[in-house]
Ligand binder design. Structure first.
Ligand code: NAD
Length: 258
């Protein structure tokens, strides 16, 4: 019963696939009304078809004006707001810092960090009106350790942790909680692409590469979107009522990324 979200209204960015989609499904099953945005039309329609009590629009979170319009549509559909999940993120460019273009840096910061700031700013008055609420920001293990060849992503995900801790202090008196989650590598299309590319570069099989990458975690496994979504549900429910300002690792026990 502690994980019940009956009557709660939740907005999830990038909610049509991966972690966002699984979170939308768990929220809906827990009784929440959910609104998502995404850039993938087919996935968005699939989510609308399959997830109960879910609305959504096609929106790129790096487009400031589109984000504003999406937020308006979300609070109209939901009739207010209790929960915001800033889930949208992109891995950004891979390579040494001296080769990162300014455009790639900016795009990675915009999608991961600036969208989190803008969404939070828009959500706060509605969360206050609701008498409090929960904000979850998706950081990463790359926001806890150094992550060679991914400097824009790591900078954005560390930034999310600082933003989360600060917002939690500012908004605590309004009973608005704010937490970050730091996933390790999640099973799915993203890690499959990394495994394929690394296996090719090293000239080894994809299975061998998969085992090598998984072996940096204590549990020798990747995590799943369900693991992350379950933690988000826990933090947004009564079970998490006194947890704020935290960056929680769900990473199968990582001690580093190299
Ligand atoms: P994903 O790559 O599976 O994408 C999920 C959804 O995001 C997709 O439906 C995609 O269409 C949508 N999307 C991509 N760019 C968008 C944009 N600009 N605007 C709106 N929607 C957009 O992502 P995921 O693996 O589920 O990751 C979710 C969050 O978790 C991200 O912030 C990511 O950085 C973080 N994270 C993921 C991993 C991992 O291994 N997958 C690890 C650590 C942190």
């Amino acid at each position: 019963m502690q994980l019940d979200l009956t009557g709660k209204r939740a907005l999830i960015t990038a909610g049509a696939g991966g972690i966002g989609r699984r979170t939308a499904e768990l929220f809906s099953q827990a009784g929440a009304k959910v609104f998502i945005c995404d850039i993938d039309q087919d996935q968005l329609e699939d989510a609308r078809d399959k997830v109960a009590n879910l609305g959504g629009t096609l929106t790129d979170v790096s487009d400031k004006e589109a984000l504003k319009a999406m937020f308006g549509a979300a609070v109209d559909y939901l009739g207010g707001l209790d929960i915001l999940v800033n889930n949208a993120g992109t891995a950004g460019p891979t390579g040494p810092v001296e080769g990162v273009s300014f455009e790639d840096w900016q795009s990675c910061i915009d999608i991961n960090l600036t969208s989190t700031f803008l969404m939070t700013q828009m959500a706060v008055p509605y969360l206050r009106d609701a008498g409090g609420g929960a904000i979850i920001n998706l950081s990463s293990a790359a926001g806890k350790f150094g992550f060679p060849m991914r400097s824009p992503y790591s900078a954005a995900k560390w930034g999310i942790v600082g933003f989360t801790r600060t917002i939690a202090i500012e908004l605590g008196p309004d009973r608005i909680r704010c937490n970050a989650i730091q996933p390790g590598a999640v099973e799915g299309a993203r890690i499959d692409r990394v495994i394929k590319a690394k296996a090719e570069a090293k000239g080894i099989s994809e299975n061998a590469m998969r085992s090598e990458l998984a072996s940096i975690a204590s549990l020798k496994e990747f995590v799943t979107a369900d693991d992350i979504a379950s933690m988000i549900l826990f933090l947004c429910s009564k079970a998490g009522a006194h947890i704020t300002g935290q960056a929680l690792s769900v990473d199968a026990g990582l001690e580093g990324l190299v």
